[in-house]
Design a protein around this ligand. Structure first.
Ligand SMILES: NC(=O)c1ccc[n+]([C@@H]2O[C@H](COP(=O)([O-])OP(=O)(O)OC[C@H]3O[C@@H](n4cnc5c(N)ncnc54)[C@H](OP(=O)(O)O)[C@@H]3O)[C@@H](O)[C@H]2O)c1
Length: 221
């Protein structure tokens, strides 16, 4: 598959390297050319502008900081339709880290819904926002013998591609519903980030690590 990536930071390095390794043709578009070329060379991808990446990909990952979201989408030509008909995956965290409050848009909507608003015709899917970049660098991300489950939320038009790209990293796709469910995935990520910042392993809160163990705990009560 042809994958365009908007952004040349840590998440791009982790996710796009996995997709390049899985045999996909990846073009990274960044606002800082030297950094973008350097990253692309390191992970076996091509480098270009934000607009080139948007036009190139059948699937397009957006991996920029929230502060740069609108500027990035405009530079990529999204409002003019460069992302129309494509699966657009948003991995962003909609959080104000100064007080861990959630950043929302019109009517309490999510960052993913804002991406959809700015990208007419795109099939936007929220995914990859629940785990740290270090997890996405794992080949494969497997914990206690089980592959990482990756919840994703979006319209039907983008689900098959999102599933395939999650599976290509060795993780397990977990359908979390339509694009409105992105609000919950974004809120959930804030809890996870807050736990990590406080030195907790999120597994200490989400304690049941397998359905069997959950059954055991319930029947032993
Ligand atoms: N890191 C994680 O563990 C993690 C995990 C899950 C989700 N996320 C989310 O994934 C997204 C990307 O995170 P990251 O860790 O890859 O961030 P990063 O390493 O800081 O890279 C961010 C990218 O965004 C661009 N950018 C930053 N500010 C911008 C602005 N004001 N205008 C335009 N572009 C701007 C940067 O451009 P330059 O290349 O010019 O610097 C860079 O390419 C974020 O929304 C983050 O919350 C991160």
């Amino acid at each position: 598959m042809k994958i365009g990536v908007l952004g040349a930071g840590m998440m791009t390095e982790a996710l796009a390297a996995g997709w390049a390794r899985a045999g996909h043709d990846v073009l990274i578009g960044g606002r800082t050319p030297d950094k973008t070329v350097d990253l692309a060379e390191r992970i076996g991808a091509r480098a270009g502008t934000l607009r080139e990446a948007a036009e190139f990909g059948d699937a397009v990952l957006i991996a920029v900081l929230l502060a740069g979201l609108e500027e990035t989408l405009r530079a990529a030509g999204a409002p003019e339709g460069t992302l129309a008909g494509k699966t657009v995956i948003d991995c962003g965290n909609a959080v104000d880290i100064s007080d861990f409050s959630q950043v929302t848009y019109e009517g309490g909507s999510s960052m993913a819904e804002q991406v959809a608003r700015l990208s007419p015709g795109a099939h936007v899917v929220k995914a990859f926002n629940q785990a740290h970049a270090a997890v996405w660098r794992m080949r494969p991300p497997v914990f206690e013998g089980r592959p990482l489950a990756v919840p994703f939320a979006g319209g039907q038009g983008g689900k098959a591609t999102a599933r395939a790209l999650i599976a290509d990293l060795g993780a397990e796709p977990l359908d979390a519903g339509d694009i409105k469910q992105a609000r919950h995935l974004e809120a959930m990520a804030i809890i996870v980030i807050r736990l990590l910042f406080s030195g907790y392993d999120p597994l200490s809160v989400f304690a049941f690590s397998s359905p069997d163990r959950a059954d055991e705990a319930i029947t032993s009560r």
